[in-house]
Ligand binder design. Structure first.
Ligand SMILES: C[S@@+](CC[C@H](N)C(=O)[O-])C[C@H]1O[C@@H](n2cnc3c(N)ncnc32)[C@H](O)[C@@H]1O
Length: 228
């Protein structure tokens, strides 16, 4: 088996959608719950929406987010951040004619070169383990409006047995072992980070069918500021 060690998703970008949608047993559950989750947040947000997506990848969720906005008659403006050039190219091709601005850099760059926009909604689908939960919180502190809503989802730690102190996640695809830098984020880390005086945290735990006797879950998390 040959190995790829990569520090971004470029190696993956060509096969990512196939891998994500057809190759993954969880996609239908994620789609169902993720869509409900976004719908529910949108119903509480204004008609004109400024949304930031962190780690948008090939734009799978960005496209769905635009569709949900349309169904809810929202006027949506998206700011999409993604460090992999291969991934972002795919996202651009899915979002032609949409009101979307693409930024080809790491989420942490938003903290170094600050942009002058505040967001009603900040979304991150399965990317927080790459971004890091502390960076994510710093981004919310600065960019989330007082009455805004942040949504992210992430697998529980079962998925990350491979992550050691070297912080590397190992995936296998087409007989190739692919190693990707990743933080090991546990439910406890999410609670410790967001259950505080500034933020409300809601975690919905969605159980997925057992595969090879391993039970897995996705944590869907909603964060808002207290008093909202
Ligand atoms: C598992 S993919 C998820 C992509 C997409 N959100 C989806 O649902 O298909 C993780 C994504 O996070 C991106 N990523 C990695 N490090 C990042 C960082 N520091 N800031 C923002 N995105 C990052 C990767 O390039 C990759 O596209």
């Amino acid at each position: 088996m040959s190995n790829y060690k990569i520090n971004n998703y470029d190696v993956f970008s060509g096969i990512y959608d196939e891998f994500r949608i057809q190759g993954d047993f969880f996609a239908q559950y994620e789609l169902k719950f993720g869509s409900k989750f976004i719908n529910s947040a949108f119903s509480r947000l204004p008609q004109k929406l400024n949304l930031l997506e962190l780690g948008c990848g090939t734009g799978i969720w960005s496209k769905i987010i635009f569709e949900i906005a349309e169904e809810n008659r929202k006027s949506l403006k998206c700011y999409l951040v993604e460090p992999s050039i291969g991934m972002i190219k795919k996202a651009k091709s899915k979002l032609e004619n949409r009101n979307a601005t693409f930024k080809n850099y790491d989420a942490s760059s938003l903290l170094i070169k600050k942009i002058n926009i505040k967001f009603d909604c900040i979304v991150s689908a399965l990317s927080i383990d790459a971004i890091g939960i502390n960076i994510f919180k710093l981004i919310l502190n600065y960019y989330l409006k007082g009455d805004g809503i942040a949504l992210f989802w992430i697998f529980n730690h079962e998925r990350y047995n491979s992550i050691t102190d070297k912080i590397v996640k190992v995936w296998t695809f087409n007989n190739k072992k692919i190693e990707i830098p990743s933080f090991k984020i546990l439910k406890k880390d999410i609670i410790d980070t967001f259950d505080d005086l500034i933020y409300n945290l809601e975690i919905h735990e969605i159980k997925l069918p057992k595969i090879n006797d391993i039970s897995r879950e996705i944590f869907f998390c909603e964060i808002s500021k207290h008093g909202m």
